[in-house]
Ligand binder design. Sequence first.
Ligand SMILES: Cc1cc2nc3c(=O)[nH]c(=O)nc-3n(C[C@H](O)[C@H](O)[C@H](O)COP(=O)(O)O)c2cc1C
Length: 391
Amino acid sequence: MGRLDRCYNIADLRDVARRRLPKGVFEYLDKGTEDQISLSGNRRRLDETKLLNRVLVDVSDVRLDANILGQSAAMPLVIAPTGIAGLTWHEGEFELAKAAAAAGVPFTLATGSNTPMEKVAQESGARAWFQLYMWREKELSYDLVRRAAGAGFEALVWTVDIGHGANREHNLRNGFATPYRFNARSAVDMLTHPEWLLTVMGRYMLGGGMPEHVNYPEQFRTSITQGGEKKGAPKTKAMRADKVSWEDVDRLRDIWPGKLIIKGIMRVDDAQRAVEHGADAIVVSNHGGRNMDSAPATIAVLPGIVAAVGDRTEVIVDSGVRRGSDIVKCLALGAKAVLTGRATLYGTAAGGQAGAEKALSILKNEMRRTMAYVGVQRPRDINNDIIWRGD
Ligand SMILES: Cc1cc2nc3c(=O)[nH]c(=O)nc-3n(C[C@H](O)[C@H](O)[C@H](O)COP(=O)(O)O)c2cc1C
């Protein structure tokens, strides 16, 4: 029996990932920020949301397929962009994309990934979305957007909740800040995880060196240990823009021919502006509790946002999904679909494509089971009457 066969839920995959990865990489993946309040709040709110089972109805034909941005998907789930996937498994983002293709769900490639975007879009077989961070010198980002359009990505996901960057103290302690600065502690950490060292780092080294940010603009295309700009490249003040506005959405709308999604919306007025500026979808997200530690749970703000804009744009939600029942809860609260970050990444870290497929099949089975309990046969028929409102 292989180690994936002994994984019955996402928490089991997380355990395998924790054992396989160096602590620095695992905590980078697993933790939130500062005091972990937003991270635990996402989970607490999902756990406290209770569903009512409906009995004596026909649940002999429960199906999960759903429509996401005008195309069918095998379930209402999209794999979220996670910049570190390539450090959990060799070309981890490509493994995730292939798993998404096999499971029939879209995959989002992060700007900070280590596999060329063209390879993911053209060789994985997945419906591919590209996530964008905006550089201060915006033309650099526009060039990436044009590159993503040329590569054939279906949707552009602009992540807007980055602000001044996150205060993730555990990464500093572990020597896993970006750019990665190895210290004695992180060196010991890696040496005591030889399987990871050989199968992930070893394969990158055999292929030519440290993994690179191959989807960054040319002058920032450095290895993960170098970061910043290439020597001799023209100086720009910051890699990430902290001076952006809604006009930038208009500019992206002009340049980008496909679907445009704004990720990181938590306020009704921002959701309304996103719609006014032509977003085809928004992702209600607090970045999985990884950025602002004072953020409320996403499912707490979701119903208000859906009430305001749900008839004009597709509202997707993320942050905290670990069970199929969580997906049902998100849909009952008005989301059209969910993104999964850690759930599918634990799978990748545990077993590459096979592990990510395992995570998706666990979520599918759990979702199907929950739908049968609450007496609904199709995701589109899930609504808030299955939510228990208290006595
Ligand atoms: C390790 C890791 C790296 C991430 N990197 C990115 C990124 O590069 N771009 C982005 O928009 N979101 C990034 N996210 C956030 C995810 O896209 C998503 O919003 C979040 O993981 C959802 O919460 P969940 O992990 O509880 O499912 C990252 C999340 C994790 C866990």
